[in-house]
Design a protein around this ligand. Sequence first.
Ligand code: HEC
Ligand code: HEC
Length: 203
Amino acid sequence: MHTALPVRRTIAALALTLASGALPALAAPSAALLQRCAACHGATGNTTAAALYPNLAGQSAAYIELQLNNFRNGERPHAQMRAVAEQLTGPDMRELAAFYAAQTAKAQAPADAALERLGRQVFEHGSAGGAPACASCHGPQGHGQQPFPRIASQPAGYTLEQLKVYHDAPKFNHPLATAMKQVAVKLSDKEMRAVSAYLATLP
Ligand code: HEC
Ligand code: HEC
């Protein structure tokens, strides 16, 4: 096989890189590794079952890695994702995070104009109860900016579920989750539904 040599050389170079700890792993994740995520998150990080799973496409690599570690150590309790994360090595996580961060997220079609209009209002200007505009942290298009995750194009059901978790959880250990909780407690149920609906349509 004419590809055998370059591939082996790449792996050797990668092993050296990891051993020296000087550079992040830049290898693409193997097909077998991606296969572990595809059933739920889709082949390119756009989920095929929006009612159940979030998109990973276009999410910041740092945030993906942080959440995988949070699932593994139980900081973010979720049995399904914990079982997945426990099987991943550090280099697996970095490769997967870089792969999904480079994919293009697909927005969903508008479904409820009045609700989405209210959601856009909350996103751009904040809530009636004094929550700051989502755009002020998550970026003008919701595409995220360090250390804030991308929230645009996420299935509405997933965003709503996360907002309820931030709203209802008694406390978080992580300062970033605590910052988001302080926002979520200033959103009404209707505002949560509205901003979730709007974000799903935002490319
Ligand atoms: C059996 C289905 C399933 C599989 C397989 C799966 N996930 Fe997940 N994943 C989920 C669910 C459900 C959530 C939402 C968890 C929650 O509600 O907190 C999630 C959430 C995530 C998140 C957090 C996203 C965010 O925006 O906060 C990341 C990152 C993630 N998964 C990465 C992966 C990776 C990488 C793989 C493969 C190694 C994988 N998942 C495999 C179901 C799955
Ligand atoms: C003060 C800055 C700030 C503002 C304003 C803010 N957020 Fe966040 N948000 C964060 C941070 C930080 C995180 C990451 C928290 C974590 O790591 O758990 C986050 C996480 C999220 C997540 C989880 C994303 C995922 O994929 O798991 C959602 C959804 C979200 N925010 C929605 C919103 C919405 C909707 C608004 C506007 C009503 C908003 N945020 C306003 C800082 C902010």
